[in-house]
Design a protein around this ligand. Structure first.
Ligand code: MN3
Length: 205
């Protein structure tokens, strides 16, 4: 029996992130866009059913071993499923608004301060041409890095552990912000779930 990938439930109401992210955007983003990635991933894997049983992280790390006929579909939809599953966790209507402890110390050491980190992340998010994501990751040497990826490419494909990701596809902000991506990025910081990011950091460091 195969275990299909499933759309994770949101831990808050669609309207919980207003005004930074509006309810209609959240509903479409989760129930339509993310659901489509999950459905299309499950469909793609019909010809390689052993991959239903393998952790998605491993499939993405070994994306070049996925049969060529479904590799692009798995890259886009498996990446999309992994990226959005993390995204819903790093958004929160309440909670801790700044990092502290070991993560803060590492951010300060690596980027020269929390503000400098945020600025670097915002630049990565703003300058990603077209659709993609901005990331804070731990790389293979356990060093913090900020960068962006195109489309649904995931840091997992490079063996990196994503700690914080921001979706900068137009579907993530267009209803409320239209072409003003920088305003969406700025508003995102009022929602960042630093408790979760710290948990990821402790897990992978
Ligand atoms: Mn999205």
């Amino acid at each position: 029996m195969k275990t299909l990938f499933e759309l994770p439930a949101l831990k808050f109401d669609f309207a919980a992130l207003e005004p930074a992210i509006d309810a209609r955007t959240m509903e479409i983003h989760h129930d339509k866009h993310h659901a489509a990635y999950v459905n299309n991933l499950n469909k793609a894997l019909e010809s390689a059913p052993e991959l239903y049983e393998q952790p998605l992280e491993k499939t993405l790390l070994e994306i070049n071993k996925v049969p060529e006929s479904i590799r692009t579909a798995v890259r886009n939809n498996g990446g999309g499923h992994a990226n959005h599953s993390l995204f819903w966790e790093v958004l929160t209507p309440g909670g801790k608004k700044t990092p502290d402890g070991a993560l803060l110390a590492d951010l300060e050491k690596t980027f020269g301060g929390l503000d400098a980190f945020v600025e670097k992340f915002n630049t990565a998010a703003t300058t990603r041409f077209g659709s993609g994501w901005a990331w804070l990751v731990l790389d293979g040497d356990k060093k913090l890095q900020v960068y962006s990826t195109a489309n649904q490419d995931s840091p997992l494909m490079d063996g990196h552990s994503p700690l914080l990701g921001l979706d900068v596809w137009e579907h993530a902000y267009y209803l409320n912000y239209q072409n003003r991506r920088p305003d969406y990025i700025k508003a995102f910081w009022s929602l960042a779930n630093w408790s979760y990011v710290e948990k990821q950091y402790q897990l992978y460091r």
